[in-house]
Structure formats: C-alpha cells, structure tokens
Design a protein around this ligand. Structure first.
Ligand code: ATP
Ligand code: MG
Length: 420
C-alpha cells in the first residue's frame, strides 16, 4: 500500500472541524485589527528564500525542499511566508499609497527536518505581516494581536519572550564582541564552529543543549543597541506594560532567520514538550531591500498551527453538530425523505440520510457515527399517517410529529445556534 510521505500527516474529520474553528477565530481577530487576507503560491524561486532567510540558517542550509522544474529552474516549496509576502507587495505595488499594509496568510509550509512531536515536514502556519511603518506602536499592536488571537482560541499558560536585535549598525559592534566570546570558549558543536566565523549571531539560535549552556554567559545585544534602537525597544515594552501584557525579556532570543531587526519575540506554551514555541516573529526592516526593493519596514509573526492544535483546550472548538439524520424505511419513505432533505437544507440546516436501504439499527448507528443531533424516523406506516418520529439523540426522547411540522420544528431546535 502506498503511504503518505514521512513527516507529512493527514488531518482528518472530526479534527478538521477544530482546525476550521481556529482559522475562523483567527480571521475574525485579524479583521478586528484591520488585516486582509493574501493567498500566495506554495512554490517560489529558490533565490527568494536563499537571499532573504540567510545562507547560514538551518532553513536554507538543510531544510528546503528544492528541485529543478522541467526547464531546469530551481524552485523551492515555501519554508515560510514572510519573504513571499514582501515579494508580492513589491511585485504588485501593494504599498502604493497604502500607509501601513496589514496582511494575513494561512497555509502549509515545508521544511525537511527530522520528524518528531511538534515538528513535521509539511506544517501549517497562520501568518501576520504589517508593512510600511517602523513605529513601535505597530510592534506592540502586532504582539498584542498575537496574544489576543491565542487567547480567543482558549490557549492558557503562555509566555511571551521578547528581545531587540538592533539594526545593522548596532549589530557590527555586537557581532565583534560575540565573536571574541565565542572564540575564547571551547566545546562548540561543528555547526557553531563554522558559524562563529561566518555568522556569529546564528550561534545564539543553536538547538544543542551543550551550546545553550555555554551561551548563558555570552554578551547581550541590549548593551550594544544604538540610541534609536534602544528608544524603540523601550517604547515597545512600555506599551506592552500599559496594555497589561506580561512579557519576559530574553536577551539571547534571535529567531531562526537572518532578516530580523529590532523587535524579536516568541510565544511558548506549557504542555508542548521540547518544541514549545507556538509562535515567533519580529521586525524585518532590511528584508525588502535584500530582495531588490526599496526600504520597506515591516514586522510580523507566524503561529505554528499544528502545535497550537496540540495545546488547544478540549472544550475549545465548534458547537456540537446540528446534523439531522433521516432514517427512512421502505421505498416510499425513502423517496419522501430524499425531498425532505432538500427542504431542511434549504433552511440552512445540515441533514443527511442513507441511500442503501439499510436496517433501522444500521441507520441509527450511522446517525450516531455522524454525530447527528436529531434522527427523523420515517416508515411506510408513519408516511401513511402523515407523521414522523423525531428522536433527540442526546436524551433518547422521541415524539411523533406531523410531517408538515417537521421542518419548522427542526428549525426551532437547531436554527438558533451560534454560527461557527
Ligand atoms: P523552532 O525553533 O521550533 O524550529 P522556528 O524558529 O524554526 O521554530 P519559525 O520559522 O519562526 O520557527 O516558525 C514559526 C512557528 O512555526 C514556530 O514557532 C512553530 O510553532 C512552527 N514551526 C516551525 N517549524 C515547524 C515544523 N517543522 N513543524 C511544525 N511546526 C513548526
Ligand atoms: Mg526551525
């Protein structure tokens, strides 16, 4: 039998309903803050990611799904969305007269990583990108939006970690200091030994426990921030304070992509184990220029939806189903039920039936499996009397009801549900 590719998983019903519910909450939240959806291709030119994410990052060095297409062009399945959102803004002139452009995107990302809990090769992100402003208010708003969204889906025990990575000017100094520190120590992993010369900041993102321990004494970026970057950072923190949003400053937080400047943040959740980061983001003022465009400040975040689903509380999710199942017995009853289905659905209510002429018992267990709230039992005898039996599945209560009253009764019982 042919199986799915390692690290790629099928998302099945009823779990898909919970995904849809989370995505609906996310859309609502984005709308509240003035965001619009953007939908972009899964494939991009390899160059887009190689140039923006950084050659010495884990993503570009070892995680991209890259292949030559039939013409020999090098294409890559997107490992992340920010670079392509910026590409699309530049290419489509979205920034013309826009002030700030607020965009969100949802969809699969691809990274060739070692599959494990919370780490897949196709995973799903909910992305937020705000372009066109360097104002610290926007940083604070984006962070508050992220926590608002996570709160609306019921996540608890979240930690917000925050840092400032400064601008290219402050980084020059800091890189030199960091390099001195790194060279004075022994015991770095092979990756870090290489990065120590090519890209010392990347060492701060090393996942090895041993390197992490050595890094505890490393110099911190905050001490090297220039006047402007320091003021920007202070303002972001004071707005978070003002909004009553707790955070923890984490002076070694750098994130896994090279393009971040100034604010960087991450949200972790208790209960996820080793891969505990549900979302990460930050500012990327130099990114548009790296891609050949004009200066375009911006920031954003990506929520790992697969990880979010793992800590989604049991009670979160869509309301219980409002499906009605028509259990018809006999040819005439089945035909009547076929047309009743249309009437019920025309009222905006879900309804289904069996077309195979199964026994009542088999139909009841089908209804059960589908999670029907009501079963309408319709036999030839009921049909002759112009009635049906309406059974409420949760309680087993059953009443005979005139056929003409059936659709209005279902509408009363099921019609006033909150929409999902
Ligand atoms: P990590 O440090 O866990 O590798 P990252 O820094 O590579 O994360 P980002 O590129 O910032 O992650 O992506 C944002 C979010 O996407 C992460 O916080 C995480 O929730 C999720 N994510 C990243 N890689 C994967 C993956 N392979 N499988 C599932 N979720 C992922
Ligand atoms: Mg990673």
């Amino acid at each position: 039998m042919i199986r799915a590719i390692r690290g790629m998983k099928d998302i099945l019903p009823p779990e898909t309903s919970r995904w849809q519910w989370v995505e609906a909450r996310a859309r609502e939240t984005f709308e509240l803050y003035g965001y619009r959806e953007i939908r972009l291709p899964l494939l991009e030119r390899t160059e887009l990611f190689a140039r923006s994410i950084g050659a010495d990052t884990d993503i570009v060095a070892k995680e991209m799904y890259t292949f030559a297409d039939r013409r020999g062009d090098s294409l890559t399945l997107r490992p992340e969305a920010t670079a392509q959102v910026v590409r699309a803004c530049l290419e489509n002139g979205l920034m013309r007269g826009a002030g700030v452009r607020k965009l969100y995107l949802m969809g699969p990302m691809f990274r060739y990583e070692r599959p494990q809990k919370g780490r897949y090769r196709q995973f799903h992100q909910i992305n937020c990108e705000a372009l066109g402003s360097d104002a610290p208010e926007l940083d604070a708003e984006v962070i508050l939006l992220l926590l608002d969204l996570l709160g609306r889906v019921g996540l608890k025990n979240l930690r917000l970690l925050i840092n400032s990575l400064g601008c290219p000017q402050c980084t020059v100094d800091f890189k030199a200091q960091l390099q001195l520190f790194l060279k004075a120590q022994e015991g770095w992993c092979d990756d870090c030994l290489r990065r120590l010369n090519t890209n010392p900041l990347r060492v701060l993102d090393c996942k090895s426990q041993h390197c992490k321990a050595l890094l505890a004494a490393a110099p911190v970026m905050e001490d090297s921030l220039c006047e402007d970057c320091a003021a920007h950072y202070r303002r972001v923190l004071s707005l978070l304070d003002g909004a009553g949003q707790p955070y923890e400053k984490n002076p070694h937080l750098v994130r896994g992509l090279d393009y971040y400047t100034r604010t960087a943040f991450e949200v972790t959740a208790v209960g996820l184990g080793a891969q505990d980061s549900v979302a990460g983001g930050g500012r990327y003022n130099g990114l548009a220029r790296d891609l050949g465009g004009a200066d375009l400040p911006g920031l954003g975040f990506a929520i790992g939806e697969d990880r979010l689903m793992e800590v989604l509380p049991q009670e979160a999710g869509p309301d219980e189903t409002s499906l009605s199942f028509l259990a018809a017995l006999g040819d005439a009853a089945r035909e009547r039920a076929f047309f009743l289905l249309r009437e019920i659905r025309a009222q905006g209510l879900s309804a289904d039936m069996d077309f195979e002429g199964r026994s009542l018992k088999a139909q009841m267990s089908m209804a059960d499996r589908l999670g029907a709230a009501f079963v309408v039992i319709l036999g030839d005898q009921e049909l002759a009397e112009g009635t049906a039996l309406l059974r409420r599945m949760a309680t087993g209560e059953q009443e005979a009801i005139p056929l003409n009253d059936l659709v209005p009764a279902l509408t009363v019982h099921l019609g006033h549900k909150e929409g999902n």
